[in-house]
Write a protein that binds this ligand. Structure first.
Ligand SMILES: Nc1nc2c(ncn2[C@@H]2O[C@H](COP(=O)(O)OP(=O)(O)O)[C@@H](O)[C@H]2O)c(=O)[nH]1
Ligand SMILES: [Mg+2]
Length: 355
């Protein structure tokens, strides 16, 4: 799962990136857009993994991960218009976008205007998608003139026209209800405004927790969370758990930025976790809601999907309630599931396979 942290310059993207990843990427006022993005793989905090690890005492414990990418800012009032092309390319390969909006005073830009900033970012993305749509439609028109017209291209053309209308109204593609055939025809495109998007309101210490009406307004359209970015970055540098707890309590933060963001990303993208357990390794894996046992096997290794026979399955809730795997089996709570079994959040799987 890859999440792009985007936003205008000086909205605090790198600050938040550092808070999330406990890294120390350069945070700077008005710094030039660096071409190289900051990249980090972050463990998804999961109490269940801690408990599984305590039970199985494996040699290795591996958490599910989320990748965060911090790009340089979308310049406001940029004369070029749109994202820098290399950033558009990079953002397109991610699964979701986390847009950071500034909610703190900045000497150069003055008082924060989070709502307007978000709008200008959506506009940039709409414009960038519109260019792709227009380019492809022109190409199709040329081909049509040459008599190269297939039914698939016709479906694609209709879908693109509908998208163009939506974008021209200033609306993102993610709000559209696309028919399955249209979805299929558009599979090759990586439209930015089609990606799941969440908003991070980045507040300073004084404003944090006092933005109910702003948050309500944004939440009408977007999954929205509030961070005290700077404060969280400072917190992430502390090593004493007790200090961290006290500072969080003081600020009225009930959940760390990292946990809040990964949890929301899971929900936004419809992800669940399943586990594999044993003396070698206890491990959490990401899966999309509704994916099957054989797809879960494929996440672990392609051989497991290819030679899939069945999945032995029990839930970690049952395991914790029973106290041991042996007790789970005695109570008849271990199930044998076939390829099509839709894996549930918290399932512990053992794939039987033969290649
Ligand atoms: N007061 C305050 N300043 C912040 C906060 N987050 C970032 N800043 C400051 O805003 C400036 C730009 O931050 P940076 O993370 O580099 O922004 P980016 O351009 O979006 O990556 C820096 O001077 C930060 O210290 C915050 O939550 N509160
Ligand atoms: Mg930055």
């Amino acid at each position: 799962m890859k999440i792009a942290i985007i936003g205008l310059q000086n909205s605090g993207k790198t600050t938040i990136f550092n808070a999330l990843t406990r890294s120390a990427a350069e945070v700077a006022d008005y710094s030039n857009a660096k071409a190289e993005p900051n990249l980090a793989v972050v463990n998804v905090e999961d109490e269940r993994v801690v408990r599984l690890s305590a039970m199985y005492k494996p040699r290795k414990t591996v958490y599910a991960t989320v990748e965060f990418i911090d790009f340089a800012g979308v310049a406001r009032h940029s004369d070029k218009g749109g994202f820098p092309p290399e950033l558009v390319q990079a953002a397109r390969i991610t699964d979701a976008l986390a847009v950071v909006v500034r909610n703190f005073h900045n000497d150069l830009m003055g008082e924060p205007t989070p709502g307007a900033d978000l709008e200008s970012i959506e506009d940039e993305m709409i414009l960038s998608d519109l260019i792709i749509v227009e380019t492809r439609l022109e190409r199709i028109a040329q081909d049509n003139k040459k008599g190269k017209k297939t039914p698939q291209v016709q479906v694609e053309e209709e879908a693109l026209r509908a998208i163009r209308d939506t974008l021209n109204e200033g609306l993102p593609i993610r709000d559209m209800n696309l028919a399955p055939e249209a979805e299929k025809a558009l599979r090759g495109f990586q439209f930015l405004t089609r990606k799941p998007l969440m908003v991070i309101v980045n507040s300073d210490d004084g404003r944090f927790g006092k933005n109910a009406s702003l948050l309500a307004e944004l939440e009408a359209n977007y999954r929205t969370i509030e961070f005290a970015g700077n404060f969280e970055m400072e917190l992430s540098r502390l090593t004493e758990e007790e200090d961290i707890r006290l500072f969080m309590e003081d600020m009225g933060i009930t959940e760390s930025a990292r946990s809040l963001l990964t949890r929301n990303a899971y929900e936004l993208l419809g992800y669940i976790s399943f586990f594999t357990v044993g003396p070698d390794e206890v491990r959490a894996w990401n899966l999309k809601k509704g994916q099957s046992a054989v797809e879960a096997a494929g996440v672990i290794h392609s051989d497991l999907a290819r030679g899939f026979i069945r999945a032995e399955c029990f839930s970690c809730a049952d395991l914790f309630a029973c106290g041991s795997e042996k007790a789970v089996k005695e109570k008849g709570l271990l199930r044998l599931e076939g390829k099509d079994y839709p894996v549930k959040d918290g399932d512990i799987l053992c794939i039987r396979f033969n290649v």
